[in-house]
Design a protein around this ligand. Structure first.
Ligand code: DGL
Length: 267
């Protein structure tokens, strides 16, 4: 039994899509989330900058006595999972790419990956999938305009549909994958658009796979909270209206209680 919170972070609000399936699975757990809304997006920044931002946020979460650190961001996972593991040997550090890659490696047919420029250029998914199944066929493409649109709340909108078609129509027609991995934690928020535009594609959400992996790891290490561990806390480096709206939306969807603090006020 361990009532300490689990620390999650992302460049913005996208990582909240990883919190929701976890709390559905393990409602007793307590989450401390940090969204770097002041500096999002990370997906077009240099690896050095991403590494520095990730270390800063992780140090903050460690100062909150988290029992596990979850990188709810593909871009950060692609760039510096191993750095963060080495920095905090005292707790488990989980990235979002590994668990999803293991599942995708076992899926039949060719799989497509979409993500930020940094994630796609890193080939982190390809490497992790090849480590499990070297013959698995993977095609990938970066969709850099999606995160800013999602952060702006431009989702149920023809601008989003046109942007998706701009990136994906040709890519999907040419490569014909049977499944598409949402290689950015913002993308589950546009899952309905993708499903409507490309109904034959099987959509893979790494956030759901990550939740199952977190649960297994906590259980294995005797770190589960077997009674309600307290209120969740959501921090942002910039308290934008969209961030608060998104917390409300995800909170209503998954019916978990939340608290909200601005990071700056805590310092
Ligand atoms: N949500 C993030 C990811 O999973 C990063 C988006 C960004 O900041 O560009 O990659």
């Amino acid at each position: 039994m361990d009532k300490r919170p689990i620390g999650f972070f992302d460049s913005g609000l996208g990582g909240l899509t990883c919190v929701s399936p976890l709390l559905k699975l393990l409602p007793n757990e307590r989450v401390i989330y940090f969204g770097d809304t002041a500096r999002t997006p990370y997906g077009s920044k240099s690896p050095e900058t991403i590494r520095a931002f990730a270390a800063e946020i992780s140090d903050f979460l460690l100062s909150q006595d988290v029992k596990m650190l979850v990188i709810a961001c593909n871009t950060v996972s692609a760039v510096c999972l191993e750095d963060l593991r080495a920095r905090y040997p005292q707790i488990p550090v989980l990235g979002i790419i590994g668990p999803a890659a293991e599942k995708v490696a076992r899926m039949p047919g060719r799989s497509g990956i979409i993500g930020t420029k940094v994630t796609i250029l890193s080939r982190a998914y390809e490497k992790a999938i090849a480590a499990c199944e070297p013959k698995k066929e993977i095609v990938s493409t970066a969709c850099p305009a999606l995160v800013p649109l999602i952060e702006e709340g431009i989702i149920e909108n023809e601008i989003m549909d046109l942007t998706l078609r701009y990136y994906l129509d040709h890519f999907l027609q040419y490569h014909r994958p049977s499944s598409l991995v949402l290689g950015c934690t913002h993308y589950p928020l546009i899952r309905a658009n993708l499903q409507r535009l490309y109904p034959d594609l099987e959509i893979v959400d790494p956030a759901e796979i990550l939740a199952a992996r977190i649960a297994a790891l906590l259980e294995e290490r005797g770190l589960l909270a077997d009674q309600p561990a307290g209120e969740n806390t959501f921090y942002a480096s910039d308290l934008s209206e969209n961030f608060v709206n998104m917390i409300r939306r995800i909170s209503e969807m998954s019916q978990f209680q939340l608290g909200f603090k601005s990071f700056d006020k805590e310092k």
